[in-house]
Design a binder for this molecule. Structure first.
Ligand code: HSE
Length: 314
């Protein structure tokens, strides 16, 4: 075994995530207790990928698999590529539904590379891992909660993505409604206008600020706090069933939003017992993942305080 790598398998549990949470477009996110389990080890040569569960038979099983691409990008930053890799994915996060499956693959890959490289977690800290994950994904609001857990606020500087993580209040009860239909984030982004009315921007900024308070301290305010004017109405024509469900839930007093770029729906407050989402939706009540994607069996330094990936980047 090359002394640059640890022998044997490393394993990571990468959580599903919901981005935007209404008005926090490209900034806010929440990690959910629904996980992809990914294992990897260094081999003598070649790349082998095994996929079971979501995406099995559809996802590539060679070096073009997103977990492997992220691993290789991380190994390049760490300065050592292994001769070969064997990767095994047990996927539970529905693909292309707005629940962060691609972010989970990217973050899992980076964490596995950090776990397989000797001293990888020291040579690439969480801040660097977040920058790399956001650079691969293109926006930070899914990769931040996937890496850090909890409720995250992410932003981007010249040097890359930064995020802070907070623990949501116990009364926050995420439920996802997942449709059969898939959606492509690139298409959902393409329908967004280049500019929005100032009044809409001001309204959304206020609600996003309120959301930080509501989700951590006062969940009773989640309904007004999740009101968005930046993206959901522009996406509605492309996902009418999603928009109809969000509207019906909100009319019933539930803090519901489009999950990420859709088409799933996320509710942050309890669903009334007599509420029926209609046919075609799989309803799943999920806890919040508060740890993020950690590598099992590898010692990770415990971050101090809620800000675990912040500060000026070198
Ligand atoms: N903020 C992103 C969007 C999340 O809404 O396009 C997509 O994963």
């Amino acid at each position: 075994m090359d002394p640059s790598f640890v022998p044997g398998d490393v394993r990571v549990r990468a959580p599903a995530t919901s981005a935007n949470l209404g008005p926090g477009f490209d900034a806010l996110g929440l990690a959910l207790a629904l996980h992809d389990d990914v294992e990897a080890r260094v081999t003598e040569g070649g790349v082998m990928v095994e996929v079971t569960g979501e995406g099995a038979g559809e996802l590539p099983t060679d070096a073009s698999h997103l977990v492997v691409r992220a691993m290789l990008a991380a190994f390049d930053e760490l300065g050592a590529r292994p001769p070969g890799l064997a990767v095994s994915c047990v996927n539970r996060i529905p693909q292309a539904r707005g629940l962060g499956s691609s972010s989970a693959a990217i973050v899992a890959g980076i964490q596995l590379a950090r776990g397989l490289a000797v001293d990888g977690q020291k040579r690439m800290d969480d801040a660097a891992a977040l920058r790399l994950a956001a650079a691969i994904e293109g926006h930070p609001d899914n990769v931040a909660p996937c890496l850090l857990g909890g409720f995250t606020i992410a932003w981007t500087e010249e040097s890359g993505a930064i995020a802070v993580s907070r623990r949501p209040a116990k009364a926050v009860q995420p439920t996802v409604f997942v449709p059969t239909d898939r959606g492509l984030t690139a298409e959902a982004r393409a329908v967004l206008p280049a500019t929005v009315p100032h009044a809409d921007a001001a309204r959304s900024a206020g609600r996003a600020a309120l959301l930080v308070h509501a989700i951590t301290e006062e969940p009773e305010l989640l309904l007004p706090a999740t009101d968005d004017r930046l993206h959901q109405q522009y996406r509605a024509p492309g996902m009418p069933a999603t928009f109809a469900l969000v509207t019906a839930l909100r009319a019933a007093g539930v803090a519901a939003v489009v999950s990420g770029a859709g088409p799933s729906v996320l509710a942050l407050s309890p669903i009334p017992e007599d509420f029926a989402p209609g046919i075609g939706w799989v309803e799943q009540r999920l806890g919040v993942d508060v740890t993020g994607a950690r590598v099992e069996g590898v010692h990770w330094d415990t971050p101090s305080g809620p800000t675990v990936a912040a500060g000026p980047m070198s």
